[in-house]
Design a protein. Structure first.
Length: 388
């Protein structure tokens, strides 16, 4: 909804009422001529630089072009159905997510090919999985015989087909079969189960994603691929075709492009980057910023209105995009900024580069797509809080 600034000036009382109505009803407000300006946003506000965002999508497309590896980006990096649709439009095969609630949101938004890269075991959720599998092409991860049997019963009852990737623990020590014998038994169980289709292998090595030493990342990835090649050969000898081997991340995308075993890349943060990924010096640039306002200024520090309740710090501290400024400390509602602070005053804005883009998105109801100093679009974080 567009509101011209001139309309506001005709009647200040009505303008204020209109402004509050628009804000509380979460419409996009377009001011100052054609569009709202960044300096008119209330902070803390999540910004996506449209030019860099689009270039990151194109960089990934070019990176995978001709490799035989399809992009299945991870929804956890933004939880925005609209951004997922943009990724599909830019060539992504489908979308990866971590939670059933996220998958349901994606299906409701028209995404047709969805992977839940996780195990879903609660009986009520298993029933929801079967219902969702009638609305889209749904793939889910499994690593336990009882779960396979429960999914099969639910699929039969719902007259649905659930595609399954058997998860292999490739070093994270979380979910997944711990050895090849266990994996083969699970794959055979899926292939025998009514309503289920054995798709292949989930092999996600998240612990390599942020390994700063590129040589260690490459060596780790190669060890995993050698293991996967052997497992794939064994499965196919047993009459179990492996259609997909899915995994990878933004930190290993450039390595995976040369893979002769992976068929899908589950990268997500490549769209935005963050202060943690900056250390890896990847081919992608920071497009995500948290706009914060200076609410108190002193001789030795600036205090902003953005703390850990608006910026993820679970992987690393945020940094400040403006040259010469350092985020010295951060608490629930405030950031303490030091460095070359002379000239900054109360009411000025600064841009954080989040320490972790994924958890930062989950703290916000929306993000603002911006170009230059103009707000292009307000994008709802559709699946914020969808943890079930």
């Amino acid at each position: 909804m567009a509101v011209k600034f001139a309309e506001w000036e005709r009647n200040s009382v009505n303008a204020l009422d209109l402004f509050l109505n628009l804000i509380y009803n979460k419409h996009v407000i377009i001011l100052g001529g054609d569009r709202m300006r960044i300096d008119q946003l209330e902070t803390p506000a999540l910004l996506i630089d449209a030019d860099i965002f689009e270039q990151n999508m194109e960089t990934m497309r070019q990176m995978l072009e001709g490799t035989g590896i399809s992009l299945r980006p991870h929804y956890k990096s933004h939880k925005c159905a609209e951004i997922a649709q943009m990724q599909i439009a830019h060539g992504a095969k489908g979308i990866t997510c971590a939670k059933l609630g996220e998958a349901e949101d994606l299906a409701a938004a028209g995404i047709e090919d969805i992977l839940i890269a996780n195990e879903i075991v609660q009986p009520t959720k298993v029933m929801r999985v079967a219902a969702l599998a009638k609305r889209c092409r749904l793939t889910i991860c499994v690593d336990h015989l009882e779960n396979i049997e429960a999914l099969s019963r639910a699929a039969v009852a719902a007259d649905a087909t659930i595609h399954c990737l058997v998860e292999l623990d490739v070093g994270a020590g979380r979910c997944g079969a711990r050895n090849d014998e266990e994996f083969v038994g699970l794959a055979q169980a899926v292939s025998r189960a009514q309503g289920l289709v054995f798709e292949g292998i989930q092999a996600y090595a998240g612990y390599l994603s942020h390994e700063v030493d590129e040589q260690k990342r490459r060596e780790g990835a190669q060890r995993i691929e050698t293991r996967l090649c052997g497992l794939k050969s064994r499965l196919e000898e047993l009459g179990l075709p492996v259609k997909e081997i899915s995994g990878g991340s933004s930190g290993t995308a450039a390595i995976k492009r040369n893979s002769n075993v992976y068929t899908e890349l589950q990268a997500g943060s490549y769209l935005f980057m963050d202060s943690t990924y900056q250390e890896l010096k990847l081919s992608f640039q920071n497009s995500l910023f948290l706009l914060a306002t200076v609410i108190s200024a002193h001789d030795d520090a600036l205090i902003t209105d953005a703390g850990v309740k608006s910026c993820g710090v679970d992987q690393n501290m945020p940094t400040i995009a403006e040259d010469g400024l350092v985020l010295d400390s951060i608490n629930e509602e405030h950031g303490l900024v030091k460095g070359r602070i002379a000239g900054y005053r109360v009411g000025d804005t600064l841009r954080y580069i989040p320490g972790h883009s994924c958890t930062t998105f989950n703290l916000h109801e929306c993000a603002y797509l911006v170009r230059g100093d103009q707000v292009i679009e307000r994008i709802p974080v559709t699946s914020r809080g969808k943890i079930q």
